[in-house]
Design a protein. Sequence first.
Lengths: 284, 925
Amino acid sequence: MSVYLRPDNLEEALDALQRRPLTVLAGGTDYYPGRVGRPLDDDLLDLTGIAALRGIADEGDRWRIGALATWTDLVRADLPACFDGLKDAAREVGGVQIQNAGTIAGNLCNASPAADGAPNLAALEAEVELSAADGVRRLPVTEFLTGNRTTALGPGEIVTAVLVPKLPDNAASAFLKLGARRYLVISIVMIGIVLVPDGAAVSDARIAVGACSPVTRRLPALETALNGRPLDGTLGEAVSADAVHAVLSPIDDVRGSAGYRLDATVTMLRRGLSEMGRRMGAGA
Amino acid sequence: MNIAAAATTLTVNGEETALRSPPATRLADALRSELGLTGTKVGCDAGDCGACTVLLDGEQVCSCMVAVAQAAGRDVTTVEGLARDGALSDLQAAFLRHGAAQCGICTPGMLMAARDLLDRNPSPTEEQAADALGGVLCRCTGYRKIVEAVLDVAGSQDCAPPEFVSGTGPDNDRAVGARIERLDGAQKLTGDEVFGADFAPPDALTLRVLRSPIARGRFEIGDLDSFRQARPGIAAVLTAADIPGSNAFGVYPVGKDQPVLADRIVRYRGEAVLAVVGNAGAVAALRDEDLPVVWHEEAPVTGIDAASTPDAALVQGHRDSNVLARGRVVKGDVERGFADADFVAEGAWRTSFVEHAYIEPEAGWARRIGDRLEIHVSTQSPYMDRDETALILGIGEEQVRIVPTACGGGFGGKLDISVQPLIALAAWTLGAPVRCTYTRPESMASSTKRHPAAIRARAGCTADGRLTAFEFHGDFDTGAYASWGPTVADRVPVHAAGPYVIPHVKNTSCAWLTNAPPSGAFRGFGVPQSAIANEALLDDLAGQCGLDPLAFRLKNAIRKGDETSSGQVLEHSAGLAACFEALQPDWDRERAEADRINRAGGPLRRGVGVAGMWYGCGNTSMSNPSTMKLGISAEGQVTLYNGAMDMGQGPNTIMPQIAADALGVPVDRIANVAGDTDRTADAGKSSASRQTFVSGRATQIAGETLRANILRLANVGPAAALDIGDGRIVLRDGDAERTLDLRAMAPDAEGDVLAADGTFDPPTKPLDANGQGVPYATYGFGAHLAVVDIDIELGTIKVRRIVAAHDVGRAINPTLLEGQIHGGVAQGLGLALMEEFVPGRTENLHDYLIPTFGDVPPIDTILIEDPEPLGPYGAKGIGEQALIPTAPAIFNAVHHATGVRLRHAPALPHRVRDALLAAQEAGHA
């Protein structure tokens, strides 16, 4: 009979994981779909009994999103506007059933190229906290995600939190998703935007694109081009196709062609940025 | 801390309970198998469909993705916890009143999601309701009546169903024409309804099918004895060699070509190869790769182009070519017709495999009783199942009894047998009851699909807009086996020119065998595909002669006295023009609004399109009788023995409505026995939009015959009123009153003392070599108007509104009709915009997209009643009719908005964007 461990504290979990390989279970929204019609015979480490991993907390210079925090927890949390994009992404993860069970940390661990949480977490320059029996390390989301369904998670390690450094209060964010139906849809393209203004201009732009490369990618050339530009309805004009094409490496699949993904990314970036520029410019 | 052996204590529907399933067990499975709470449905085991939604501490979750251990100490509410003291809750009652449940398989999930919403937000907006229920897929209703029900119970909106006054006038004491709540509705709302996977005897063994992982090749089976001996819980591994009768099935009496279990050769990915039977635990522990089978893959024949090249490999080696069937309808001289034309439009189109995606996967159980077999199964065609299973087992038809369970959606996909012969074979061989439930990927890989089509067509008209000629050729990918391929090849040429008067027609079709899942029956049998082509050509011609597309259609619409492509003169019930006319006010308003919006420019364009349809009710030029029986017991219970399978479309309600009026009793006096081949006569299959028309007429005949018999026995006149009950019938005719003592009469095998049956076979005539004849006794007609927004920079299409007008002959039950139309529109929208089955790639409900709560727009339904004298009280079919015009109306709307003609369904965003860019380059847009 396979093992099912459900400890109530992290130390016990890490200790168990150090002694034997275990499949880590939290929200179950990727574990179970991966085993349709197959036996459920993995040795499991269920984290959901560990109260310390729940919740979203203010830690002074950063926000801690516990490994068990669900998308619904995030939507309901009182967070600054730089999380609005991530909250919009949360509302697009599956249906409410999935949002109530699936975790933000699990979304990263599953490492789908189309992970809904990844673009905004990358744009927020979030870090992943990896805990092991012998210590804790932190990796930026963009380094934690190493490829299609691969991460930097080592043996004996558990993702215990996603850490989001605080931004100025006037930082704003957005999430744009393109899919072929309204609900329950895997993205063709996703865009996460975080803009920190300085007066009526952009001072710090972070742009990330999902579902267009094995992992979510930031667009550094575009970010550079945006910095210093005025916040108004012309902000999207800073987007050049070259800056997008240079970074992304989309594939053709059943959801869309590679060429379409690039084309749509440029359009969505222009629209998203102009809309944010208009909105932030009006509020500045 | 290892809790692998511990029980889990939790509260379910207010009662503390303990679950002994292993801790990683899916909560849905434990609720169903341990607690018997089978109201929670399993549609995908992957969080894609939401049918298993329960409340966990008051929050909706998919119970297929919750480990039993995670529910420890928590509070679970299932659909069984909604009703109070045996009475439906307000929410359930609203679902029933609005017709929000059709087949009922998604209903528990919908109800739980709605409960979650209303507990949090007692007066939601429509958008909030859609957001909250958006995680549950429904394939029947198009979601509109569900949202109405939720908003109604919340008091957010006045949601009274629109008044409908039947053409024969308000007649409130009669059942026909009334918005009667679904008679089998309550059990769909409480979780009591028993679907294919919901029951089997406790000692039933479980059957699991090993399916081919390759599309084409050979295989060798290794040492099965060793395999079985190493696994004590496995009772048998069945192969082709174990089949006592014929290892070939198919829907026609001849040409049966599909093996129940493949014999050395496989022709599509998903084909059944072995059946493993054992106790549930031993079978669940298996992986496909555990079975000793060696596969030798060969290059598959994929798609029509590959199948039709002269040197193509043969899909079925014994045939001369990959042609399964051809169809042909030729009238007049098509070349002369084009010579007469001032304008000609032509084009080519492609469509894709479409999956039925009923939320209930194939499921059932079987047991052997002496020398008979009893099969409980979710099906659309009990008698076909019976006869087919008998042939496979090499036993007599009378030795097989099919007892249909509730059917959680069919749409044509449950006409072909699936689990039936496998569980029958296992139960027959092993002598134990055997159950089988397909997984979602298994269902999608193995079951039939809508035929992909490659169509070339052209049409011509005179300068003043009279159609002169139509020429069509459709190639169809019929997959590896015949299934309903010949039906599609026959039906398409009859319908391909559309419901218009055209003197010269040449329509041909060809069904090509390929190494893909069999293409079979799917709501419309090829006509939805051909309508995309012919309705586009009509718009193009209207444009060329400067006529409004709706006016052009009205000018050419077929009417009573006109002749079809098959040379059939329509004598009755041809309400197409009335359908177009009914759209006129919306057409005028929406077209003007679109023009106003588009003048402003910008990336978002508005388009308004129209399409017409026709569809013959019943089999094409083939006998397809139905027999229905009505009986009265000594106690005075009236029973309808109703073989017309209800898969959500409503025969369990409308047949009793018809019987009630024919006999002259209130509908609530009629008990319904559904589809049991030992108790009901053969009412054919639920397909071809034939049940209301054919079985409905048979019901009417049975009711009228029984009434006539009673009147004669009592010696009263035809106007007599019947009061049946308490062992007697009291007949009142004016001042006269007579009583028949039922208890004094001799009962038959069913316990009925009075009974009558009715048989109806719609009159048709064979088609000659040119497809001339009378293929159908009557046709349904309709027209849809679609309003769409298209984002020309992203290629995304959002349907804003559909207006659907259908000539139904007579509306037996307006609520159910609207439900059929909504569901047809939703499936037509899916066909147009998102549904594309790719074998091996989209075998789940997240890669294969069907419309969700947010994709189906408001739908206005308009019921036209042009009575069909052969139909029951004038009625004819609606099931397939409702789907056919949606996709062409949407594509015509896109053309209106952009000038671009979409030629590849589904119109996924990248295809639309490519088409727009290509047109831009060509200077058209």
